[in-house]
Design a protein around this ligand. Structure first.
Ligand code: FE2
Ligand code: FE2
Length: 216
């Protein structure tokens, strides 16, 4: 699905939620539990990680409310924040066994998103926007809808991260009004840093960047 279609899907679903119509399957119990801070049984996350996940969820909830989302949409956004790093403290050696062979070439630090999305799907979660957001929160995706972009931004901008506090505070304040521009700045900074440090930039991140600058 193109990013335009994903965004349209988000828009229509968001609109229907406001009208009280249900076009998405009922929220899965694992997603509802995550929105309340309860993790799946397979999660591997220490105390510091849990605090980061809570801060990301709080930020996403705030943005969702500012965007006019209500009810289960708020729960989805909170759940994305809680679930995205549910496997972050598992070792790549453990996570590789969850992944299909075609994903073994990902940077090992990026294994935890796809692995969590696979286990959520195995548990019956079918919310594609949420799964995509969790799966590619580390590298980005050209197919992100609004939730994917918001999770990517919240993960980078949450107030517990060290460094560039003023810059991140300003971006946080703009995110609900100007999400695409804020995400574009985050990706630009990330690519810029890696190019200057002569580090590789993953093709998925380049694809994400291209989708953002083509859309703006
Ligand atoms: Fe992560
Ligand atoms: Fe994270």
């Amino acid at each position: 699905m193109t990013s335009e279609l994903s965004m349209l899907e988000d828009h229509i679903l968001g609109g229907n939620m406001r009208l009280g119509l249900r076009t998405r399957a009922p929220i899965h119990p694992i997603v509802a539990a995550a929105a309340e801070g309860r993790l799946p049984v397979w999660a591997v996350a220490g105390t510091r990680r849990l605090m980061h996940m809570e801060r990301v969820a709080d930020l996403l909830e705030g943005w969702a409310r500012e965007m006019g989302l209500v009810g289960e949409e708020i729960a989805r956004w909170r759940a994305a924040g809680i679930l995205h790093d549910a496997l972050r403290d598992a070792s790549p050696g453990e996570l590789v066994h969850i992944l299909p062979e075609r994903l073994w070439k990902l940077p090992p630090k990026g294994y935890h998103g796809p692995a969590a999305a696979i286990l959520l799907r195995d548990d019956g979660v079918s919310d594609r926007g949420l799964l995509r957001a969790v799966r590619w929160h580390t590298l980005g995706s050209k197919n992100f809808g609004r939730l994917g972009k918001a999770l990517f931004a919240a993960d980078s901008l949450e107030p517990g991260r060290a460094g560039s506090r003023k810059r991140r505070e300003k971006l946080r304040a703009r995110a609900s009004r100007d999400l695409d521009r804020v995400v574009t700045e985050i990706v630009r900074n990330r690519i810029d840093y890696r190019v200057r440090a002569e580090l590789p930039v993953h093709p998925r991140t380049i694809g994400f960047w291209n989708s953002l600058v083509r859309a703006s």
